[in-house]
Design a protein. Structure first.
Length: 188
């Protein structure tokens, strides 16, 4: 899929129960196809329940808990969406701290759909151009973001998209940003 090579790069995927399955599996496969190593990070150990809309789908094994994960161990972060996933994730202090640490370390972060809610909690949206599922627009604007309705937005290593229909563009840009590495403008 991608012409970019990210061999040797470890990519954390941060999520919890209620994740929109395709927003996990599609970017996960894109990272693997480009030679990267995806790692599932979650607030709890065990397995997580994926969803296709409102229907239960597959379960996924957790590799590392958020309280044990460190941004230093990863080259990038991907946060899939899903309303339940995103709402619960933003209430987990360890997940919020883990997210913020990628911005503190100027590493690429890719977030889709409802996932940007955690960016508000992490305090990293002020002055950033991004997109999301349309129902988050007011929340993001109130947190200082410049929200736009575009398929994929890249702002200094921060990649955002609106919904599963944007996954091809989202995946291409997240792999490109991982290949580029750290971005000096990727800060809180």
């Amino acid at each position: 899929m991608s012409e970019q090579n990210i061999s040797g790069k470890k990519v954390a995927f941060l999520l919890t129960d209620g994740v929109e399955q395709v927003e996990l599996t599609s970017p996960w496969q894109a990272v693997k196809d480009a030679g990267g190593e995806p790692v599932l990070v979650a607030p709890k150990s065990g397995t997580l329940q994926g969803f296709k809309g409102t229907d239960k789908a597959d379960t996924f094994p957790v590799d590392v808990t958020a309280d044990q994960a460190r941004a230093d161990d990863y080259d990038a972060l991907v946060i899939p969406g899903g309303v339940v996933n995103a709402d619960h994730l933003r209430a987990e202090k360890a997940a919020v701290d883990f997210t913020r640490s990628f911005f503190d370390n100027q590493k690429p972060v890719a977030v889709i759909c409802h996932g940007p809610w955690i960016l508000i909690e992490a305090g990293v949206t002020d002055g950033r151009k991004l997109t999301s599922y349309h129902t988050l627009a007011t929340d993001l604007k109130n947190a200082g973001a410049k929200w736009v309705d575009e398929e994929v937005v890249v702002d200094q290593g921060l990649v955002t998209s609106r919904n599963p229909g944007d996954l091809p563009a989202f995946n291409a840009k997240l792999v490109e940003e991982i290949a580029e590495g750290k971005h000096r403008g990727q800060t809180a």
